[in-house]
Design a protein around this ligand. Structure first.
Ligand code: SAM
Length: 315
């Protein structure tokens, strides 16, 4: 009953206090059970290399800039290394963790922070339209308001890095920026410029969705347990380029796969797999791309010209 008697108010107060007490009790029970059964031990299959470098945690959160009015989505919060800092700064935080025990611990840890929502879910199965958008869904009122796009952050589980990035790219209209830790080689490829050794399909695909800056690298010692690889954090400010380059998203992404199908081959040779030889030669001429060029030397503008020349009906 709203605005009831003193007795009612007391009962509500007790219920609230009781709720916090029970939450704390559940938290310690889960923690004890976890200790006893060692269920919080790393699950290697889930890419659980937890960040233990305080400076790196701080730098990742700082890289997001002012998030006091932002909705932040954290992928794989784990033991809350970054989450605790985010919870203090973000207007809203949605933390998505697939590990049931970790998700339960996180829910308990942030039970008294109304700006934090923990989703126990596989990020690859999550409907980002619901989480990031205005579509009605199960989330309370944590989704971004019309004024702000979401910020995405995470020390990603490396075994599904590409799948996560592709999923985020597909939702780029609803995301302002991404700040993520990945394996160093992945960061190098995502951020690579045309003509450089690391430039390839992932670079071209990512750069169709936004501009990428590699921020810093970390050695294995920054994690518990240490992974076998070096890591790096990059920031990607989303601004999809499909309209500007006059190409359709699905068709152009498929075209990039054709261009990069065999890295050592020339563009002209790779095109042979999908186009008539004479048509490809004519399109190369029209797009002013040398037949001897390799895809890894071409800027996105040249690839888009070539795509448009091969699809005259879509010009
Ligand atoms: N953010 C924590 C940190 O920096 O210490 C943990 C990072 S750890 C590299 C990756 C986290 O992603 C783990 O907590 C793991 O359980 C979680 N994870 C793995 N696969 C996932 C998935 N498919 N969906 C959501 N979370 C996942």
């Amino acid at each position: 009953m709203q605005g009831g008697t003193g007795a009612d108010g007391l009962a509500k107060g007790n219920r609230r206090t009781g709720e916090v007490y029970r939450a704390t009790e559940r938290w310690s029970t889960v923690a004890k059970a976890a200790d006893a059964q060692k269920v919080t031990a790393r699950k290697p299959k889930l890419g659980q290399n937890f960040l233990v470098d305080d400076g790196a945690m701080q730098s990742i959160v700082d890289a997001l800039g002012d998030i006091s009015e932002a909705t932040v989505v954290e992928i794989g919060p784990g033991r809350a290394a970054i989450t605790s800092l985010l919870a203090r700064r973000a207007a809203r935080l949605i933390a998505i963790e697939v590990d049931r025990v970790l998700a339960a611990q996180l829910r308990m840890k942030f039970a008294t922070q109304p700006n934090v929502d923990v989703l126990e879910a596989d990020i690859l199965q999550v409907d980002l339209g619901t989480v990031l958008g205005a579509t009605p869904g199960p989330l309370r009122d944590l989704r971004p308001t019309g004024r702000h796009k979401a910020q995405v952050v995470g020390n990603l589980p490396y075994y599904i890095t590409s799948e996560i990035l592709l999923k985020l790219f597909a939702a780029s209209e609803r995301i302002e920026q991404i700040v993520v830790m990945v394996q160093k080689e992945v960061a190098d490829r995502v951020a690579a410029a045309p003509g450089s050794r690391d430039y390839g399909l992932l670079s071209a695909t990512a750069q169709m969705y936004g501009s990428v800056t590699k921020l810093f690298e970390l050695g294995p010692g920054a994690f518990d347990p240490p992974p076998d690889v070096r890591s790096a954090v990059f920031r990607m400010v989303m601004h999809p380029r499909f309209t500007e380059l006059a190409v359709d998203e699905k068709g152009f992404l498929g075209f990039l796969k054709v261009l990069f199908a065999q890295k050592r081959k020339t563009v002209s040779n790779n095109l042979k797999a999908a186009y008539d030889k004479a048509v490809a030669a004519e399109a190369l001429k029209e797009a002013e791309v040398a037949a001897t060029a390799r895809a890894e030397t071409l800027p996105l503008e040249a690839m888009a010209r070539l795509y448009r020349a091969l699809r005259p009906q879509e010009k």
